[in-house]
Design a protein. Structure first.
Lengths: 175, 339
């Protein structure tokens, strides 16, 4: 009884979150007002974070919230607030080319997704990271980052540092 | 049946914590006005009930019956949404804070743990929710369609993003010491008297944390977003009635949460300061420590003047950021030497 209850609960959460995230992501691309788009993007990211929790990965979920919803969308909102939205909305921007390119890229991505789902069975090989090990999630992620994936980890750290220094230099040049 | 017991227990704990938090918020406004009043040699609220104790309720009733204005140039959905985001994030941060030890229900062998959720990513959860809470202030100022509001929210966003970096770095020392992000484990490691508390091992980190936390909750001397003398009121200038009250409550709830996190990380959480005092329940010690910190927050509001905006930014990036990094380096080095 109780186990069935838990599984039912998981399905309800999964279906609810999947539905909300799809609707929200559709609203992201259809809203005229960029701030509203950004807010629906936050909603989408939050729903995906809940899906990560369902997959026994609370660390990834919370990093998704902190980095994407908290930091990146916040910067986007910050920049949009400094623009004059009325002027942007009135001047109907010529976005035909970018629309064509965007549709092409989106279709490419869709085919990629479909191919990867069809070509391989959705349940992959069972690795060493079982739900039991993932219960101690943060330590597991930290260990694998500093043992198996230490090279990509350090490379991305250097890349980010270079990007920060570059941004500082570019912003200093103008004045 | 275990699942249903768990659900009932969680719901009861949520309701109790929510009620206590809201009551504390109400009396925190009274306490702040009273303490500030005595610091400035006046009485503070003293008309409603004995010592003005009914003041929070009369304030609440007043806010409830005021006219709810939405300016014509406002972005209505976002304008309504902003106070909700602020209050929800401020309250839901409390979900992971352990405010007491466990006890067995009398007559049964059912153990009740005095925390709502005990998750592996506890500390990260707090930071995630806190970063979502910034949206409330930023969007509130923007959606008002008012230049003072916009300036206030821009300042808020810049200040919170800057100080969030130092805030995150200041607690890394504690994480290194306790080797866990689980708040209950961090508290459990500080058991057995005040000389085991993290503040003894990380005194500098505690100071950095308090300074950054003051900036995060926009209190004096970092109350730039609502600098009354320059911005009229800042991001909440166009808000009235319950929407304003929600922002107000969110600010005070945030203050309680920040104090609770500081207590959990540095002051031993619900642990008694001396071993022979352990017969007193942990909830009392937790409340007492939080009260001391909150009193300090109010006290320093009555003491310090507001900093200038560029001074705040410089202090955040050029002083606090480096100091917290040095603190991490030294802590990690000592941990390495000890093995």
């Amino acid at each position: 009884m109780a186990e069935n209850f838990g599984i039912l609960f998981q399905w309800l959460i999964f279906l609810g979150m999947a539905f909300v995230s799809i609707v929200a992501s559709l609203l992201v691309i259809t809203r005229k007002n960029p701030i509203h788009s950004a807010l629906f993007m936050v909603l989408t990211l939050l729903c995906v974070a809940v899906l990560y929790i369902l997959l026994y990965s609370p660390f990834i979920a919370i990093i998704q919230v902190v980095v994407y919803a908290g930091a990146i969308v916040m910067l986007i909102v910050f920049i949009i607030m400094l623009l004059d939205l009325e002027v942007e909305l009135r001047s109907k921007m010529k976005v035909v080319y970018s629309k064509i390119v965007g549709v092409f890229l989106a279709l490419l991505f869709l085919f990629g997704l479909l191919y990867s789902v069809v070509a391989k069975p959705p349940t992959g090989e069972i690795g060493s990271l079982t739900p039991d090990r993932m219960a101690n999630n943060v330590k597991t992620v930290g260990e694998s980052l500093f043992t198996d994936y230490v090279f990509p980890f350090e490379i991305s750290a250097i890349l980010l540092t270079v990007a920060i220094i570059g941004a500082v230099i570019l912003s200093k040049k103008r004045t | 049946m275990q699942v249903f017991y768990f659900l009932i227990e969680t719901i009861i704990k949520c309701v109790v914590v929510f009620a206590c938090l809201m009551l504390s918020v109400a009396y925190l406004t009274w306490l702040e006005r009273k303490v500030l009043g005595h610091i400035q040699i006046r009485f503070g609220p003293n008309r409603c009930g004995p010592f003005g104790l009914l003041q929070p309720f009369s304030d609440g009733i007043k806010a409830f019956f005021k006219e709810d204005l939405i300016p014509g140039s406002a972005d209505k959905p976002v304008f309504v949404l902003a106070p909700m985001i602020a209050i929800i994030s401020a309250i839901s941060m409390f979900a992971v804070i352990p405010f007491g030890n466990q006890f067995t229900l009398p007559g049964t062998d059912y153990v009740v743990k005095l925390r709502i959720a005990d998750i592996d990513i506890g500390l990260l959860y707090v930071f995630g929710i806190a970063s979502l809470g910034e949206f409330g202030i930023v969007l509130g100022g923007w959606a008002s369609g008012n230049k003072y509001g916009l300036t206030g929210s821009l300042r808020a966003a810049a200040q919170m993003i800057s100080y969030e970096v130092a805030l995150g770095l200041s607690i890394v020392g504690v994480i290194l010491l306790s080797q866990s992000l689980r708040l209950t484990e961090i508290v459990a490691l500080q058991a057995g008297g005040f000389w085991h508390w993290n503040i003894i091992y990380q005194p500098a980190a505690f100071v950095f944390f308090i300074v950054c936390a003051l900036a995060e909750i926009n209190r004096t001397p970092f109350d730039m977003p609502e600098a009354e003398s320059e911005l009229a009121c800042g991001f909440n200038i166009e808000y009235s009635s319950m929407k304003f009250a929600l922002f107000f409550m969110a600010e005070y709830a945030h203050m309680i949460t920040v104090a609770s996190i500081a207590v959990t990380l540095f002051l031993g959480g619900w642990q008694a300061p001396l071993p022979f005092l352990e017969f007193i329940p942990g909830v009392f010690w937790f409340g007492a420590k939080v009260f001391i910190l909150i009193f300090f927050f109010i006290w320093q509001r009555g003491t310090f003047p507001r900093l200038r905006y560029d001074q705040i930014m410089k202090f955040g990036w050029k002083v606090l950021f480096e100091l917290t990094l040095i603190n991490i380096l030294i802590t990690a080095f000592v941990m390495l030497l000890k093995g």
